[in-house]
Design a binder for this molecule. Structure first.
Ligand code: GAP
Length: 459
């Protein structure tokens, strides 16, 4: 484990705020605990994370289809899924400092009166017994609050997929093994949100339910576990910062016969690093389809029209968090090096994840350079997310792009006006190549598609 080269969370939070990736929500009202807004570059980064997830499932395979289901589902959904009765965390109050803790995570918590000690260890602490606290946000539909109008914001995107299983069997012409994938917001009234966007009350999930013949569940579980690990590594996470942890029998959720977590070495607030869940891959068996069949009275099974064989498919579920994944990519990309005696902060993001693919910069703001640079910018923007910047010294503009992870910078200088060439600067190697302006779109395309390896891996 390489905990010593993990950046601190404070540096990540500060960069995110300074460069407008992510910042506290409702700041003008003093903020609202553990709620964050994504700014310009954060939106682009998270969109790229989601688009890479879609690419791996939809574009590179033909056995997965997409869904965007409603956030508010029929309330019976949560009875059938077990969330109404069992989606709870054990909650403990401290009568002295008035803080609340998760009983199962007391070792992570700090009492308000004695910050150096864990609750329970401190003589001052006066803890209540644990009571179960349901994590679902409840609201009402319709103009009057009456019985039957109570609904819940979904705590996971998965259930929407199970509810649509029958529809997909009828319209998608798919037969097991096949998957239904969905990306969207989920809501949990977490008792202890925190560590930046790691645990929030409102977050985005990327989940797939992969329906398989029961006898194939074990094989597909292994397949998706390996596949999801590969996805993170291919997009630049260093393998020694990732591990797979099978759940112990007593950790398994009520619906699961086997779960493995993809864990990442996340920095902790206040220092150090800890293995924490990035994504879970679960073998959910036939639990959900059987439950929804029982509660809805509908048959949720696959019938092979040729052989007459019928069965309730088993489900393998890779369940990832878009916010957690984006955070892990940011952390792993963070780097500092020395250029001309100055420390440079650089995000060595995989080019496919980088919010901006290329910056177009006139060397000086005169002599026709801005005009030519704008022309180049226009010629690239159809194909790539590019940014034009003419303000300030060129060195400062390079640093700014390095900090947001832009892999390439195109610089227009006095020679560009004479021979219509430009320099192409590489964020990682710092190499500057001069090439014809007309060749830029193809060259950028080639470089952005080329296999990429983090320079941090060769240290
Ligand atoms: N359908 C299964 C399910 O929801 P989960 O482990 O509770 O499983 C899946 O959630 C993923 O969603 C987690 O691995 C994590 O990446 C993300 N996630 C869960 N709770 C979160 C929270 N409060 N804030 C941010 N991300 C969260």
């Amino acid at each position: 484990m390489a905990a010593d080269d993990v950046v601190t969370m404070e540096k990540i939070v500060s960069l995110c705020k300074r460069r407008g990736f992510v910042f506290p929500s409702s700041e003008i009202y003093g903020g609202i605990g553990s709620s964050y807004d994504y700014g310009h570059y954060g939106v682009l980064l998270k969109a790229n994370v989601k688009s890479e997830w879609w690419r791996a499932l939809l574009r590179e395979r033909d056995d997965v289809v997409a869904l965007d289901s409603a956030i508010i589902q029929h309330p019976r959904t949560w009875e059938a899924s077990g969330h109404l009765a069992g989606f709870t965390d054990p909650l403990i109050d401290c009568r002295t400092c008035k803080l609340r803790f998760r009983a199962d995570k007391l070792e992570d918590a700090q009492c308000g009166r004695k910050p150096s000690k864990h609750p329970g260890e401190s003589a001052d602490c006066d803890l209540t017994d644990a009571r179960n606290f349901n994590l679902m946000f409840q609201t009402t539909v319709g103009p009057v609050q009456e019985e039957g109008s109570t609904v819940y914001l979904r705590p996971e995107t998965a259930q929407g997929i199970f509810l649509s299983f029958k529809h997909y069997l009828q319209v998608s012409r798919k037969r097991p093994p096949f998957g239904i994938a969905q990306v969207g917001k989920s809501f949990r009234n977490e008792i202890t949100p925190g560590n930046f966007v790691f645990r929030m009350r409102e977050f985005e999930q990327m989940e797939m339910e992969f329906f398989v013949p029961p006898s194939e569940a074990g094989t597909w579980f292994e397949f998706w576990t390996a596949e999801r690990m590969r996805w993170y590594v291919e997009l630049g996470i260093r393998p020694d910062h990732l591990r797979l942890r099978p759940h112990d029998q007593d950790e398994l959720s009520h619906y699961s016969s086997a779960t493995s977590d993809v864990e990442y070495l996340f920095p902790s607030a206040g220092g150090g690093a800890r293995w924490q869940e990035l994504e879970g891959i679960a073998n959910r068996g036939d639990f959900d389809l059987t439950q929804h069949a029982a509660f809805s009275g509908q048959k949720l099974e696959y019938v092979d029209t040729a052989s007459g064989e019928r069965y309730v498919p088993h489900v393998i579920e890779p369940a990832a968090g878009a916010d957690r994944a984006a955070l892990a990519f940011l952390i792993d990309a963070y780097d500092e090096d020395e250029i001309e005696g100055e420390t440079r902060t650089v995000l060595r993001l995989h080019p496919r994840l980088a919010p901006i693919k290329a910056a177009v910069l006139p060397l000086v703001r005169k002599d026709g350079q801005p005009e030519l640079a704008r022309e180049v910018h226009r010629s690239l923007r159809d194909r790539f997310q590019v940014e034009y910047d003419e303000g300030g010294a060129i060195g400062r503009r390079y640093r700014r792009q390095d900090e947001i992870g832009t892999p390439f910078a195109v610089t227009i200088d006095h020679q560009s006006l004479e021979d219509r060439t430009a320099t192409l600067r590489d964020r990682d190697s710092l190499a500057q190549d001069r090439l014809p302006i007309a060749a830029l779109p193809e060259e950028l395309e080639r470089r952005l598609r080329a296999p990429w390896r983090s320079p941090k891996l060769s240290r």
